[in-house]
Design a binder for this molecule. Structure first.
Ligand SMILES: C[S@@+](CC[C@H](N)C(=O)[O-])C[C@H]1O[C@@H](n2cnc3c(N)ncnc32)[C@H](O)[C@@H]1O
Length: 307
């Protein structure tokens, strides 16, 4: 299955004036736009008392103005005002202020901290020491009282967290580079996602692919592993280029990404579906970084009771 395992990359952190090593070099691309727009919508509509994330990444990333981000977050911010659904989305409000006022793109964990504030507790996992240190800095800057940063395997830590819920409603966000890789705890991201869905806990699961034939693949895999009703919103890049898809570049035709939701209310699922349709509409005929015309194909899948 497709994975986003990437070599660590050096980026100039302009805010600090020094080179830092970042484990996640895909921030702010179109794949983040869809993932984070849906996540922000879910957190806004059904704020959990406890939020857990298996692959949290860094808190914030200095914005990069290359072709991928021009098609991703920068284009999103330009076109969002022309779409009612995108304009009023929480994602737009949050990213507008982070990107335009501070020159930073907020990763999923900082997005959650921004939307939920100190009313929630957090378990944020990342194996990368640099990402964990950045998360700690943001948790401290935002004066969060209950934010645990775990520099450990996210699948094992979140599986343990799930068992000690204290009766408080939580939400799990799983965003793996590699859906089938097993951490030291022995569970893969997909297996953990099935476990979360089956437990009745709200779930946001991200997947990607780089072949047209793999559209919606994670939904097919997960529905075979759980009885919980699921909803899937899938965005695939389409265009005239004959290039094959490349998940590392989120703009090659045949590349796609999706979000699977479980244990959320019909209104929340409906709002995410509306966002996905609005995103595809706003990108109709958009220029891809290679200069050719492209578009987004948004499709949904659901188990009967999911909406
Ligand atoms: C795609 S990035 C996360 C992006 C972030 N969730 C967001 O949406 O902004 C994936 C991160 O997973 C981390 N990682 C990889 N394997 C892991 C594991 N088994 N447990 C925890 N973190 C892991 C990497 O260090 C990297 O920072």
């Amino acid at each position: 299955m497709p994975s986003l395992v990437a070599p660590y990359t050096e980026l100039l952190d302009k805010t600090l004036g020094e080179y830092v090593v970042m484990a996640n070099r895909h921030f702010g691309k179109l794949s983040d736009v869809w993932k984070h727009a849906a996540l922000a919508e879910v957190l806004e509509r059904e704020p959990p008392v406890r939020y857990a994330e298996t692959h949290a990444g860094s808190g914030a990333y200095p914005i990069v103005r290359d072709g991928e981000r021009q098609f991703g977050i920068l284009r999103f911010l330009r076109v969002a005002s022309g779409s009612e659904a995108l304009a009023r989305s929480r994602y737009r409000a949050v990213t507008d202020s982070w990107v335009n006022d501070r020159g930073l793109y907020p990763g999923s964990a900082l997005l959650a901290m921004t939307v939920l504030g100190d009313a929630s507790s957090y378990l944020l996992c990342d194996l990368d020491p640099g990402s964990a240190a950045d998360l700690r800095r943001w948790a401290s800057d935002l004066s969060l009282h209950s934010c645990e940063i775990a520099e450990t395997d996210g699948m094992a830590a979140v599986a343990a967290w799930l068992e000690h819920d204290g009766g408080e409603p939580g939400l799990v966000h799983i965003d793996p580079f590699d859906p089938d890789a097993r951490g030291p705890g022995g569970k893969s991201a997909l297996e953990l996602a099935a476990m979360v869905a089956s437990s009745g806990t709200p779930l946001v699961y991200w997947y990607g692919y780089d072949q047209r034939s793999e559209q919606g693949w994670a939904y097919a895999r997960l529905t075979a592993e759980t009885w919980a009703p699921l909803w899937c919103g899938d965005v695939m890049v389409a265009g005239t280029s004959r290039e094959t898809g490349d998940l590392g570049r989120a703009t090659t035709p045949g590349t796609g990404f999706g979000v699977i939701l479980a244990n959320l209310q019909a209104g929340t699922v409906g709002a995410c579906a509306a966002l996905g349709h609005a995103l595809a509409e706003a990108y109709a005929g958009a220029l891809l970084p290679d200069g050719s015309r492209g578009s987004l194909i948004f499709t949904t899948r659901r188990s009967d009771a999911a909406e």
